[in-house]
Design a binder for this molecule. Structure first.
Ligand code: PGA
Length: 255
């Protein structure tokens, strides 16, 4: 059985003091939850990765970066690399979030290089994909997501692909308060899983974790997470409040 993952993407939010407070509250709250087959991930802004990792070690959650460079080291001012993350004991990173694609013009080709950078440093990519509203309205959402995967993680050999986590995040649902319906999420997750099956075989397809992201919160998480191919969520806004984030974790853990 696949585990569930609840990952909180803080984006560019929180002062250092606020981050410390939120981490404290998550660390304390998590003690009262039987996590069973659920893993919790926190993706703080990069200046707080080390702080988050200090909390994570003792408190049963994992830390992920929100983004990495496609390079390991060198004269790339302002960048952080998977090699650095690995040296800090951080083994997860988001790659290809729609905000990176939109505001920083990250192409699929570039994202594939980031995926390679992560994997060669033993950092697991949580690879984000998803269509914009006009693409869904035109009925192209399956083609768009398929292409995003074909040009990135579907180029990986089986062994490497098997480590990747996928996050389906319809762009029209991110930060809008309009989540995909559980049926819309399930339909896309099931398509993604069947493409994985065609490329990598049924065992890898059955094991790959596919998270849903886009206005997922404590009110809609139960219905979304109960879909057979939805293995948890990538939570933005609702992860900035400890009570709500903890409630979503509880839902994923079945409590
Ligand atoms: P949201 O963001 O939950 O605020 O919609 C999700 C994400 O961008 O990962």
């Amino acid at each position: 059985m696949r585990i569930k993952i609840v990952a909180g993407n803080w984006k560019m939010n929180k002062t250092f003091q606020d981050a410390e407070e939120l981490l404290n509250e998550i660390a304390e709250g998590i003690q009262d939850i039987e996590l069973h087959n659920t893993e919790v991930v926190v993706c703080p802004p990069s200046p707080y990765l080390e702080l988050a990792n200090d909390f994570a070690d003792e408190n049963h959650f994992f830390v992920a970066a929100q983004n990495i460079s496609d390079k390991d080291s060198g004269a790339y001012t302002g960048e952080i690399s998977a090699m650095m993350l690995n040296s800090m004991g951080i083994n997860l990173t988001l790659i290809g979030h729609s905000e990176r694609r939109k505001y920083f013009s990250e192409s699929d080709e570039f994202l594939k290089n980031k995926v390679d950078a992560a994997l060669r440093n033993d950092v697991v990519p949580i690879f984000c994909c998803g269509e914009v509203l006009s693409e869904r309205e035109a009925g192209h959402h399956f083609d768009v997501v398929r292409k995003q995967l074909d040009e990135t993680i579907f180029l990986l050999p089986s062994e490497a692909f098997a480590t990747v986590i996928v996050a389906y995040e319809p762009v029209w649902a991110i930060g809008t308060g309009v989540n995909a319906t559980p049926q819309q999420a399930q339909e896309m997750h099931s398509a993604i899983r069947s493409w994985i099956g065609e490329k990598y075989g049924p065992a890898i397809a059955a094991d790959t974790k596919i998270l849903y992201g886009g206005s997922c919160n404590a009110k809609n998480a139960a219905e979304l997470f109960s879909q057979p191919d939805v293995d948890g969520g990538l939570i933005g806004g609702a992860s900035l409040n400890s009570a709500e984030f903890l409630e979503i974790i509880r839902i994923a853990a079945g409590q």
